[in-house]
Design a protein around this ligand. Structure first.
Ligand code: G6P
Length: 460
């Protein structure tokens, strides 16, 4: 069987006792651990002079090949075009997006440079699996460098509809470049359809068979591959700390209060301000819950050198301060807003100890926290997932979760109120439904389906 070479901007070995670095890292690491292979990408360091060759090391069954970026490359490719233009636009925040030709040139340059650094490590029959928006033109650059391997791409974030994508000036060049991949994978049918519709209208793509587009002389396959979790592993992890001092102290300190739990990178796409406001609305609407419920928001800072991220942090600090100032009394603080990350075992135990998983992004590719929350629950007394209808996860968990529109403050407050008093029988039924979906679409299946399609002979 051919060797698997994964490429992503952030390469992050995830140990159970290390803070995690987002959905991509958790998913890709989990998938690679099982199959073995090589993971190539940015080391996370900014260096004065990037080295000629990547640093290679092995950890368990995974080989790592990582390389530092120069300050200019980091500014233009990562901070600039990837996170200042593509990230906001793909999350439908065109109001926060900006475009700079120099940054785009840097984005293309770094993609080509990464290809050049990967090439010497590649074997002719390696299967390449490239991840996320930082690397849309990676396959195009590979082809130009004479790399003929089969190359698949998976987008972890949403793919926007045509009028939104067109706000990115080089949209056509970018999507044409995406067609140099053999297989394009998306989180949901909506994302996949958005790409196919765009390709038909803007690139003159012609559907040839279900999931196959002819674009000029190339044929590209497209498909939906919702990323999943490993439910049994999470069950186990969620029990490791159940009797630890920290969890017992937390439970004791709560004095029988109900616990609402959220964990997100501090990102404007996560709907944190709206979420705080809806929690406050619950306290306004339902006096019985005052003093009886605590909301823990864990939000480790992310991309702090991008201005929009500093702004959202300020807004949140002010919302948390204002709400707590209004409602806190001598024995109760309604919101615990925590700006640091916890290791995975602790997070899973916290999920298990909380009665509500409150996951309300304004827009999200999948949101693995929603799935992790469900997988961490005790089957005989599970908590309730309150989930945004704009998270990719809502497509699979919509029957068991309480779906909310994060722009509807009253609706979210009502859903929290309903979750807080939901009888155990209903909670169990909803939990079982969601667990069935998690098991059907787990992380192994995500990887296996994608790689089987990438290996398949349909391209011949
Ligand atoms: C999201 C993206 C990933 C990214 C992660 C963390 O999950 O889809 O590509 O790695 O956020 O963001 P960062 O900018 O720190 O890599």
């Amino acid at each position: 069987m051919s060797r698997l070479v994964v490429v992503s901007n952030r390469v992050a070995p995830v140990a159970e006792d290390q803070p995690s670095a987002g959905g991509l890292a958790v998913g890709v690491h989990g998938a690679l651990k099982q199959s073995g292979g090589i993971w190539f990408g940015w080391s996370g360091e900014i260096v004065d002079a990037p080295p000629e060759t990547p640093t290679l090391y092995q950890q368990d069954s995974v080989g790592y090949a990582t390389i530092g970026l120069s300050r200019r490359d980091y500014d233009q490719y990562y901070r600039g075009f990837s996170n200042g233009t593509l990230w906001p636009t793909f999350h439908y925040r065109t109001d926060l997006s900006r475009y700079d030709r120099k940054e785009y040139a840097g984005y293309l340059r770094v993609n080509a440079w990464l290809v050049e650094k990967l090439k010497p490590i590649l074997r002719p029959d390696d299967l390449l699996w490239v991840h996320d928006y930082h690397l849309l033109p990676f396959a195009r650059m590979c082809r130009e460098a004479g790399i003929a391997n089969r190359i698949g791409f998976f987008l972890h974030i949403p793919f926007p509809v045509e009028p939104v994508l067109r706000t990115v000036p080089p949209h056509r060049e970018l999507t044409e470049a995406m067609c140099a991949y053999d297989l394009l994978g998306f989180q949901t049918d909506d994302d996949c359809t958005a790409f196919s519709d765009y390709a038909r209208r803007q690139l003159g793509a012609v559907p040839q068979a279900p999931g196959v587009l002819a674009v000029g002389r190339r044929r590209v396959r497209v498909g939906t591959y919702p990323i999943g979790v490993l439910p049994d592993e999470i069950q186990e992890q969620s029990q490791t700390h159940s009797n630890s001092r920290q969890i017992l102290n937390l439970k004791q300190g709560l004095h029988q209060r109900r616990l609402i739990m959220s964990v997100d990178r501090l990102d404007y796409s996560k709907g944190l301000v709206e979420r705080f406001q809806a929690f406050e609305r619950l306290l306004e609407m339902a006096p019985a819950h005052r003093g009886k419920v605590s909301f823990i928001q864990i939000a480790p800072p992310s991309r702090s050198d991008v201005e929009m991220y500093r702004n959202i942090r300020r807004q949140l600090e002010s919302a948390a301060g204002r709400i707590n100032g209004r409602w806190t009394d001598l024995t109760w603080t309604p919101i615990r807003y925590i700006n640091k990350n916890y290791d995975r075992l602790m997070l899973m135990s916290l999920f298990r100890a909380s009665q509500i998983g409150y996951v309300t992004p304004l827009r999200d590719g999948m949101n693995l926290v929603a799935k992790e929350y469900v997988a961490a629950q005790p089957a005989d007394d599970p908590g309730v997932l309150v989930l945004s209808e704009f998270a990719g996860a809502a497509r699979e968990l919509g029957d068991g979760a309480l779906l909310v529109n994060p722009y509807d403050t009253d609706g979210m407050a009502q859903a929290l109120g309903r979750a807080l008093i939901m009888p155990v029988e209903e909670r169990k039924e909803r939990h079982q439904q969601m667990m069935r979906r998690l098991r059907e679409n787990d992380l192994d299946r995500w990887r296996d389906r994608f790689l089987a399609d990438l290996r398949g002979d349909e391209f011949a």
